[in-house]
Design a binder for this molecule. Structure first.
Ligand code: SAM
Length: 274
């Protein structure tokens, strides 16, 4: 990524971009899978970008990580004890799952360099990988689910956008394999992009999940540094998507009201998944 007058810009289209003024570029590396950059921004702390797209910033990562973990936790039929995270090489999702008291977390990240970069630049997130309840596997999540035998109460697809190594994480062949290792009453969640700027992603996630699961529902959250600030996640189960009579402590974004209201979708989003 080039620094132009000390700004990092993520381009959404030929005519639109989000720019962060940065004081430093801390790292730029091309791996076998993607380009990783880390910037020190003025307003959002450190920022991790992969192939020019914002993955996280120190200031607002909590929204994404709380919403991709606490929602499946609360919508599983019984209190979850184990989780599989596919992607998530920053360690943020695994860290949130540890806060929820999960006993076993397997995290399969394809690119070992994402983990190394995050250990160095985002240690408060990546330190989750050193905890005894977390097993980190460097490998392709698509291949992992083809042969895995262990069952999980929560399966989280914390991936990059559906291009390159993450493309197959949105198709129904992948979700059929995921369904085989989901414990009864368990929940699968994927990030499914910005309904406004990536209108195809949420439909792809829904179409990928529907042949493999009885119930599929999308929910949204406000994430300032993702395209348009309006982000979607899609959840799938084989039992009805109903909140457990349990409560999860409020985070910085998540609370029990949001746990219900996040499924209320604007009309244009309903049309994207119709
Ligand atoms: N919060 C982020 C977002 O939505 O922008 C996602 C963060 S996490 C860094 C995404 C990770 O998914 C990347 O590190 C990438 O290497 C990983 N990934 C992509 N395809 C994968 C695959 N097939 N198996 C495992 N990990 C994969």
């Amino acid at each position: 990524m080039k620094l132009i007058e000390n700004w990092f810009s993520e381009r959404y289209s030929d005519n639109l971009q989000l720019s962060f003024r940065v004081s430093d570029q801390l790292l730029s590396v091309k791996t076998d899978y993607q380009r990783i950059d880390v910037f020190q921004t003025y307003d959002f702390g450190k920022l991790l970008s992969i192939d020019g797209t914002v993955q996280l910033t120190e200031k607002d990562e909590f929204v994404y990580h709380e919403m991709i973990t606490r929602m499946p936790y609360l919508y599983a039929d019984s209190k979850p004890e184990s989780a599989l995270v596919i992607g998530g090489g920053d360690g943020g999702a695994a860290g949130e799952l540890l806060k929820l008291g999960l006993k076993r977390i397997v995290n399969v990240e394809i690119d070992g360099q994402v983990v190394e970069v995050c250990r160095k630049h985002f240690p408060e997130l990546a330190s989750s990988f050193s905890k005894k309840n977390v097993e980190l596997i460097i490998g392709d999540g698509i291949k992992y689910v083809e042969t895995a035998k262990e069952k999980f109460h929560i399966i989280i697809i914390d991936s990059t956008d559906p291009v390159g190594p993450a493309e197959g994480l949105f198709d129904s062949k992948f979700y059929h394999n995921v369904a085989k290792i989901l414990a009864p009453g368990g929940v699968v969640v994927t990030q499914s992009g910005s309904p406004f700027y990536q209108p195809k992603a949420i439909g792809m996630a829904q179409r990928g999940m529907k042949p493999a699961f009885e119930y599929v529902k999308s929910y949204t959250a406000f994430i300032p540094t993702y395209p348009s600030g309006f982000w979607s996640f899609t959840m799938a189960k084989n039992t009805p998507i109903k909140m457990r009579k349990d409560s999860v402590p409020a985070g910085q974004y998540f609370n029990m009201e949001i746990a219900e209201s996040a499924f209320s979708l604007p009309e244009f989003v309903k049309k994207l998944i119709a």
